[in-house]
Design a protein. Structure first.
Length: 706
């Protein structure tokens, strides 16, 4: 069990019975201090990650994301937006799940209760040193202390035992560090260099005078690519000379960042270190796993489980140095950015071929799918479900039916279904993101109008945008709830928000209130069509008024608000329209026939609107269509979820953050969670019977409310 080291528990060498502790009054145990926790007779810490990002995810998988978001909201702490892509949703785990044969002799009810009260997000809820020693878990310590105080007059010598310190440094102040990928911004110099070289090729070269020649700095010399490297890279990759020079400079900066991180660590490398045979150690320069992971996350938008990330790293690191060397760096980027489809196929196959024997076996596929799909261990054995999925995939990919997948099998499958190379995405967009990293648009000062702002998703979006400095305008037919939302925004000290009563299904009312908003607040720059209703019973039981009301609120209201606010956006050449569709806008569900019709209509309407705006190349008005999974707002009265731990209802706060990030990143289509759209696209490529089998296997939907 974990005990706070600052309680200074001392023990006799032989008996390991505590003898004395120092009373540190109300000292709060700090997760940011490595010596604040110790594990007795346990080699691995509870929470240990490769970096801050990975460590927070591991903590959230145990303590739950709902409690994390509540803590962040309580203290107005802003988490790095990139965590929305990798954090996921996790329920709180019981401590009994971590009991195993090696530690069960240390476990008691008091120990589990003590651990539960010690490991909390909220620092005000964690046990202090005094609270810890007053806990029943430490009753033997206190009892022994009282006995020793009455018999021993001198202070005992503290024991320095072999206790392993747990590394749990997860300070929220460090979560915004972007790590090595920050230096990717410098590749903008590559564009400038390329353009200048192209422009100068058409004119005769002008020899610069000696007085104008700039003296090279030490950094310029260090980042300068030698002719030997240039010639080798031009021969072995698809890059031009200027591209190689730019990529070499980025590589040097990433390597320098690695060294800086190492020098800031507590244990510094010995420059005179030798190998076990007494010869100088062969040190290779390169990019480590942490920086490499951040590049994949932030530059190429690849979000995968640790196992797949390690496999990608291993395929890049062909020489098995444990680092991405310059040669591997240039070869890998040449493949990613300029490689042919055949090269992409070979790379993906190598990632999945864990044994490097030229075949993907059922066991390899099982391990990959289990690690990627089973994010939350279930009390029932999940292996059978994964095995069923492996059988489906093997029947699809194993063309020669020999029980294993060869490169030829994989190539033939990719020819039929190119979505298998989705990891590469749109290569043109990847190149653009690599050269000019996309930054979220600020919303401070924007006028954001949200329909249905009185409760649920609308309320969360209103609070979130207001917290970022936007001026929020809330529309709702329920004026009481709407005013409560706006009052809460104003009470928190955010920019002044405004509440208006409006029936969005009534075109005249929409235009009337829109004119009033323009006069009193200003031109709306971000429109979020969130209002919606969802009758949940069979089509034959739905009334005429019910169906008409569903289409009026869920579809026609979008048309009226767009007609009311788009003209000002076009006039100012600035604006963004966000429409909330649903997962029911991607696939049909029983008991939701009219509702699915409205959400499919929103999908088509937003796609067509985006196409209209695209016809004017100078237009700066953006659109975003969002497809959330079921959100726990009360709109979904009887949700049906087979895998509750794998596919839990979305928390409104989590969904709101994902929607705002999609708007800030100018995403055209986005699903929450992100895999819904790719999964739906992939399933639609399958034969109808196979697709229905997958749908029945997932078995997610809504029960009738009758």
């Amino acid at each position: 069990m974990a005990v706070p080291s600052r309680a200074r528990v001392y023990a006799e060498v032989n008996s390991h019975k505590p003898r004395e502790y120092w009373d540190y009054e109300s000292y709060v145990v700090d997760w940011g201090q490595q010596d604040d926790y110790q594990l007795v007779r346990k080699k691995e810490p509870f929470f240990h990650g490769h970096d801050n990002y990975d460590q927070l995810v591991r903590i959230a998988k145990v303590l739950g994301t709902e409690e994390l978001f509540e803590y962040l909201d309580k203290y107005h702490i802003e988490l790095d937006p990139r965590f929305n892509d990798i954090l996921g949703r996790h329920s709180r785990k019981r401590w009994e799940r971590f009991v195993h044969n090696e530690n069960q002799h240390l476990v008691s009810a008091e120990a589990l209760d003590f651990l539960d009260k010690l490991l909390r997000y909220d620092h005000l809820e964690r046990l202090t040193a005094r609270d810890a020693m007053d806990h029943s878990y430490f009753y033997p310590v206190v009892k022994e202390q009282c006995r020793m105080m009455s018999t021993v007059s001198s202070s005992p010598t503290p024991l320095t035992g072999n206790l392993s310190v747990v590394g749990m440094s997860t300070g929220l102040s460090g979560l915004s560090m972007r790590g090595g990928v920050i230096v990717m911004k410098s590749v903008s110099l590559f564009l400038a260099g390329t353009r200048s070289s192209k422009g100068s090729s058409a004119q005769p070269p002008v020899k610069p005078t000696k007085s104008r020649r700039k003296k090279m700095t030490e950094q310029d010399i260090a980042y300068r690519c030698s002719m030997k490297i240039l010639e080798a890279a031009k021969r072995d990759t698809l890059f031009t000379r200027s591209e190689i020079e730019a990529l070499y400079k980025i590589f040097r900066k990433l390597v320098t960042m690695n060294k800086t991180k190492s020098s800031q660590g507590k244990i510094k490398a010995n420059p005179n270190a030798t190998s076990v045979i007494g010869k100088p150690a062969n040190v290779q320069e390169g990019i480590d796993r942490i920086v490499f992971r951040e590049i994949l996350h932030n530059t190429f938008d690849i979000v995968a489980e640790n196992m797949l990330m390690d496999r990608i790293f291993c395929v890049w690191d062909k020489a098995n140095y444990g680092l991405i060397t310059l040669e591997a760096w240039l070869h890998g980027l040449s493949l990613f950015l300029k490689g042919s489809t055949n090269k992409h196929v070979e790379f993906c196959f190598a990632v999945y071929d864990m044994n490097a024997d030229g075949f993907i076996t059922k066991d390899e596929m099982f391990q990959l799918l289990k690690n990627c799909l089973i994010k939350h261990p279930q009390e029932e054995d999940p292996d059978e479900s994964v095995k069923d999925l492996v059988d489906i995939v093997m029947r699809k990919i194993d063309k020669d039916k020999d029980g294993k997948v060869s490169l030829e099998d994989f190539q033939a499958t990719v020819d039929e279904e190119p979505l298998l190379l989705e990891a590469f995405g749109n290569l043109g967009e990847c190149v653009y993101r690599f050269i000019v990293p996309i930054q979220p648009k600020p919303v401070k000062g924007e006028i954001v109008l949200i329909t249905g702002a009185g409760h649920g998703m609308g309320k969360e979006l209103a609070l979130l945008y207001a917290s970022k400095g936007a001026k929020v305008v809330g529309w709702d037919v329920n004026m009481k709830n709407n005013e409560e939302t706006i009052s809460e925004i104003n009470h928190r000290g955010y920019p002044t928000a405004h509440a208006y009563h409006c029936d969005v299904s009534n075109r005249e009312n929409v235009f009337e209130v829109a004119k009033k908003v323009q006069q009193e607040v200003g031109d709306v720059t971000i429109l979020i069509n969130n209002a919606g209703i969802m009758p949940t019973h069979p089509i034959l039981t739905q009334t005429k008024d019910e169906i008409e009301r569903t289409f009026n609120v869920n579809v026609l209201a979008h048309c009226w608000t767009i007609q009311a606010f788009l003209p000002a956006m076009l006039k100012n050449n600035h604006g963004h329209i966000v429409a909330l569709s649903s997962c029911a806008g991607l696939f049909g569900l029983e008991n939701l026939v009219p509702y699915c019709g409205t959400k499919f209509a929103v999908h088509g309407m937003m796609e067509a609107l985006s196409e209209e705006l695209r016809m004017d190349p100078k237009c700066k008005v953006e659109t975003t269509c969002v497809f959330p999974y079921m959100v726990d707002t009360g709109l979904c009265k009887r949700p049906k979820v087979k895998f509750e731990k794998l596919m839990p209802l979305l928390k409104p706060r989590f969904a709101a953050k994902a929607i705002m990030r999609a708007q800030q990143m100018n995403k055209k289509l986005v699903s929450i969670p992100g895999y819904l759209i790719p999964l739906n696209n992939y399933v639609r490529l399958m034969p109808i019977r196979t697709a229905l089998y997958v749908k029945d296997f997932i078995n997610s939907g809504v029960e009738s409310d009758l």
